[in-house]
Ligand binder design. Structure first.
Ligand code: ZN
Length: 81
């Protein structure tokens, strides 16, 4: 089960990354330590990806979706179950 640690803020967008896409910075709450961390989502990313928490270094299982406005939404769970 993915918990609803849905992203709340898109802090910044960079448009001039080398692959020509955009990178989105999304704030989310770590499912393991409950600290707020930023995850970087490339425009081409979708589906599941694993990111390590910046605070506790435990892996987060991130599910990436895209809104009709082209903004990423993420659900996060602990990769350890
Ligand atoms: Zn953490």
């Amino acid at each position: 089960m993915y918990q609803s640690f849905v992203s709340t803020a898109l802090d910044s967008v960079w448009d001039d990354v080398p692959n020509g896409g955009s990178v989105f910075e999304v704030s989310t709450q770590c499912p393991a330590c409950f600290e707020w961390v930023e995850i970087f989502i490339d425009q081409g990313d979708s589906g599941r990806m694993v990111q390590d928490c910046d605070v506790c270094c435990r892996p987060m299982d991130v599910l990436v979706r895209w809104t009709e406005d082209g903004e990423p939404q993420i659900d996060v769970r602990s990769a350890n179950g």
